[in-house]
Design a protein around this ligand. Structure first.
Ligand code: CU
Length: 230
């Protein structure tokens, strides 16, 4: 019986982790995994990134993707998750414009190029636990590409930060994916503030090193820059 319980716990632990291999734009998914979304290093293991300052915090990429997804400005987007997103924590989206002379298929996302377009805040459930929008779903939360985002090629980055063990340093788990996209029908906004990844996050940021079990929902401070909403 103890062995059986151990096996069940082990299986649960594996299923508790996830990757985001398909971008969905206005309800239409990439036709297969990792076609415009860059394969991540945890494609098999499903383990999150635990160091907020490592190179993996940018895109966790193991290889670039073959395609570039067309994303009209104003689109609603989300990602399909391989497993249930069961851990509490915010979902954030960033964009990085591909510099002149580079391409979405090759740009590595280096430099102060990233701006945040969405984050999520918690509420309290019946058990007085903090819960986030989309928690326990099989897709990441929906967000809208700001209508005034300028046309061009971008990297789109999603992260869901699992905070259930984040009261210890380097125990938040970042679940990340980046997609190669081209924004069309956009506007003439000036996105910002622009940050570098790694760089924008510190190990002891209050949204990363945090005890969820001793705070009010409105006290949570998502890491990174302010949201640019267009
Ligand atoms: Cu986990």
């Amino acid at each position: 019986m103890q062995l059986l319980t151990g096996l069940l716990l082990a299986a649960t632990a594996v299923q508790a982790h996830y990757t985001f291999p398909r971008l969905v734009v206005n309800g239409k998914s990439e036709e297969k995994d990792w076609s415009a979304t860059r394969m991540t290093k945890n494609a098999q293991s499903k383990q999150g990134v635990e160091s907020a300052t490592s190179g993996d915090i940018r895109c966790y990429t193991s290889q670039t993707a073959a395609n570039v997804a067309t994303v009209p400005a104003g689109s609603t987007i989300h990602y399909i998750s391989t497993q249930q997103i069961n851990h509490p924590g915010p979902t954030q989206y960033y964009l990085a414009k591909v510099p002149a002379g580079s391409s979405a298929k090759t740009f590595d996302g280096s430099g102060a190029v990233w701006f945040k377009i969405a984050t999520t805040m918690p509420t309290v459930d019946n058990n007085k636990q903090l819960v986030w929008p989309g928690q326990n779903a099989y897709t990441t939360t929906n967000t809208t590409i700001p209508a005034s985002t300028p046309n061009g090629e971008y990297l789109l980055r999603v992260e869901q930060i699992a905070l259930h063990m984040a009261s210890q340093p380097n125990k938040a788990q970042f679940y990340i994916a980046c997609s190669q996209i081209e924004i069309t029908g956009g506007g003439n906004g000036t996105p910002g503030p622009l940050v570098a990844l790694p760089g924008a996050y510190k190990t002891n940021d209050p949204g990363i090193l945090v005890n969820l079990y001793s705070m009010q929902p409105n006290e949570y401070k998502p890491p990174g820059p302010a949201v640019w909403s267009g």
